[in-house]
Write a new protein. Structure first.
Length: 723
């Protein structure tokens, strides 16, 4: 358990930049003692609760990681359970007990084979009906009242339904589709007057060329992945992984913080270079009924719209379909695991797949933020980019994680420092130490407060890992621990909300037969618009919180402020929004009427998410103005409350700033984006005393503002402003 900290009696500025010289022209002042000696002592030698967690718990790892200064473990016990390694399952309890006796924290991994969810294939072995399926379509075209037939194609399992669509200028008219009876392995029909297309919708067992098969040699599993939309299948996953691990740990909640999942997803992306025989949407036989329950109309005649069509009706079907998928997935997997964990007094967490791409938020989860919000501790993984990528790497996708924490009022976020991302894959398992500091800094900038990693501590004969000295790795752990001591429980603070445009990506998304990375090209324009908005905000030192449409609809609006979870916003930015739900727009109107600022970027919606809302939306937004990303800096004049009054130079691009609040007091986080020493100017409206807490050394020193600090590359200091 974490030791509670006393209330902060001063404003806090965290500067994630290394001080290499004392401040110029600013004589030291006596350090204030408001935090007390206990907290100062914890900062000098941070408790294990705040240090890095290392992957894998073993007898050898206990001794080694203690020497290297790590704070705990993410423990993988699938080999103990099922592969007769590490002494078998009876060693699980003693290993956890030994870690706790050393004062080290323990999280439990739910993996047996990557990605999580399959339990090595045991879920599907229990019942083949639990295996994940996709829905593909095959078709033929004709004209007039001639016979037509489609046989079940090779590689498909069964025909779910079939629909005959009239064509207009070669395009199927989905709203005029006629459902055709289906035989066991065949569809036959008589064509319509004029041109037509007969579509058969078939299930495909996803047991080849998806991600689950890509890791079979490495983790020795079957590659048979379950249907995560099926709660019974997920219950079997819990029965095979969570329950037997927990059964070997006496007094579970006193020894373990929680279970952690590793990139579970819908398993419909093509994971090979040759084109797939089918392009698949997620499928479960519960989907049509849930679709009708949520959206009030029948999906079956409109199934063709899941694969093609740019008209409004087709885009709405795809949007509603993905909303249905997201609801089923969130409840079946994430919520079921959370409920299981909470019933045993522990937490749920885990990071997700390809979260930097909004199209993949749809492809992998239907709605990424909705799914991830069901876990107790929001989490993500980040790369450790090599020097040529340090400046350009997309660090800001960590904002999804901290935004979920704000929305759901979570006081903690987690991040895996992943050595194989953007660094040569498995050939660089011990990234250079400055690169690790950089990734820690940037994750903290966007609201992360807890870290794990599987970087290799010792050199390997194959050259894939060079290892680290004990002294260097202890220094990293001290640094991480000191920062997390300050940041855990701190809440990102901004009055700027950025609307999550998931509905537009849901409406655009169509499955592809291409390799998953190649398929992203179809969404480049819309992703680019999102990136341009984020970039414009970052360039102007304007922090933001990403807000889900559900969060906006459920927000409390009062006197020009929109309150969502821990956040309170005076500005709402909506980038490239084509559809807006009427309940969301009603809340936006109330917000704007009370004095809030609404900024529609690049376009404004003319329609709602249902046809019945269209006239209301068009009328409500008739006078709404459109802005460009470049306009945002001048339109957002008061992004922060008055108490956040300290200023820093140089500006964005070299020195990035994040603002937090903890126990009512402000906190600033500054990150040196360069690989060179940097002179940073710290100013305030009037002379102010500050204390500098250096996470590289644990030292605490006092100064008076204004001052200049020479800041080293990719390191940091903590500055407290107060008496």
């Amino acid at each position: 358990m974490r030791k509670p900290l006393r209330a902060w009696a001063m404003a806090v500025i965290v500067l994630l930049v290394r001080t290499t010289a004392l401040a110029a022209d600013a004589p030291p002042v006596a350090p204030a003692m408001e935090w007390g000696e206990v907290f100062a002592a914890q900062f000098r030698d941070p408790p294990n609760d705040y240090r890095l967690m290392q992957y894998q718990l073993s007898d050898q790892g206990l001794e080694r990681n203690s020497r290297y200064g790590s704070g705990g473990f993410l423990a993988f016990f699938y080999q103990n359970l099922y592969q007769a390694h590490h002494g078998g399952p009876e060693q699980i309890g003693p290993l956890v007990e030994a870690a706790r006796k050393k004062g080290m924290r323990v999280w439990l991994a739910d993996d047996f084979g990557y990605p999580s969810g399959m339990a090595g294939g045991k879920v599907v072995a229990d019942n083949p009906a639990y295996e994940v399926r996709g829905l593909a379509h095959v078709s033929l075209e004709g004209a007039g009242a001639q016979p037509a037939a489609i046989e079940l194609p090779d590689g498909a399992e069964r025909i779910v339904s079939a629909v005959l669509y009239p064509l207009d200028a070669g395009k199927p008219q989905f709203v005029r589709g006629q459902v055709v009876p289906v035989e066991a392995r065949r569809v036959s029909a008589i064509g319509l007057p004029g041109p037509w297309r007969l579509c058969a919708f078939v299930t495909v067992i996803r047991n080849r060329d998806v991600q689950a098969q890509s890791t079979m040699p490495q983790f020795k599993h079957t590659g048979r992945y379950p249907d995560l939309l099926n709660p019974e299948a997920v219950a079997r996953f819990l029965a095979h992984m969570h329950a037997p691990i927990a059964a070997h740990i006496a007094d579970l909640s006193a020894k373990v913080e929680g279970f952690y999942t590793n990139e579970p997803h819908l398993m419909q992306l093509h994971w090979a270079q040759p084109e797939a025989p089918f392009a698949c949407q997620p499928w479960n036989d519960r989907l049509p009924g849930k679709f009708r329950e949520m959206h009030g109309y029948d999906l079956t005649p409109l199934l063709g719209a899941l694969y093609e069509g740019d008209d409004l009706a087709a885009r709405r079907v795809r949007m509603h379909f993905q909303q249905t998928v997201a609801e089923l997935l969130a409840v079946s997997f994430a919520r079921q695991i959370r409920d299981w964990c909470q019933a045993r007094g522990i937490s749920s967490s885990g990071h997700l797949l390809l979260d930097e791409h909004l199209a993949m938020h749809v492809a992998a989860y239907g709605d990424y933020m909705k799914f991830a919000s069901e876990f107790d501790v929001p989490a993500m993984d980040t790369g450790i980019p090599n020097p040529d990528r340090i400046a350009s790497f997309n660090y800001q996708f960590a904002r999804y994680t901290s935004s979920i924490a704000t929305w759901k009022e979570r006081d903690r976020t987690m991040c895996l420092l992943d050595p194989i991302i953007t660094g040569g894959g498995l050939n660089r398992l011990s990234p250079a130490m400055p690169l690790l500091f950089n990734s820690v800094n940037m994750a903290c900038l966007y609201g992360i407060s807890d870290f794990s990693t599987y970087v290799a501590l010792q050199a390997r004969p194959d050259g894939r890992a060079t290892g680290y000295s004990v002294e260097d790795y202890r220094a990293l752990n001290d640094y991480v621990g000191r920062l997390c001591l300050l940041l855990r429980g701190a809440r990102p603070v901004t009055s700027v909300a950025l609307y999550y445009p998931i509905a537009m990506f849901q409406a655009d998304f169509r499955p592809s037969r291409q390799f998953h990375n190649t398929s992203l090209a179809g969404y480049r324009k819309r992703q680019g618009a999102w990136n341009a908005t984020e970039q414009a905000l970052g360039n102007a030192d304007l922090e933001c919180t990403i807000v889900h449409p559900d969060a906006v609809a459920q927000s409390a609006v009062d006197q020009g402020r929109m309150k969502i979870g821990y956040g309170s916003f005076r500005y709402l930015i909506l980038p490239q929004v084509d559809f807006v739900p009427w309940p969301v727009l009603e809340k936006i109107q109330a917000f704007e009427a009370g004095g809030g600022t609404v900024l529609w970027v690049d376009t404004k919606p003319q329609v709602g998410t249902y046809a019945r809302e269209d006239a209301l939306v068009a009328a409500a937004l008739q006078e709404a103005k459109i802005v460009r990303p470049a306009d945002l800096a001048t339109r957002i004049t008061n992004p922060y409350d008055a108490q956040f009054n300290l200023r820093f130079q140089p500006g964005p691009g070299r020195l990035a700033v994040a603002r937090f609040q903890r126990e009512g007091q402000p906190m600033y986080l500054l990150v040196n984006r360069t690989e060179q020493p940097l002179k940073a100017e710290l100013t305030a409206p009037s002379a102010s005393q500050v204390k500098i807490w250096d996470p590289s050394t644990g030292n605490i020193t006092g100064f008076t503002l204004p001052t200049v600090l020479e800041i080293g590359a990719l390191r940091g200091v903590v500055v407290l402003a107060g008496r």
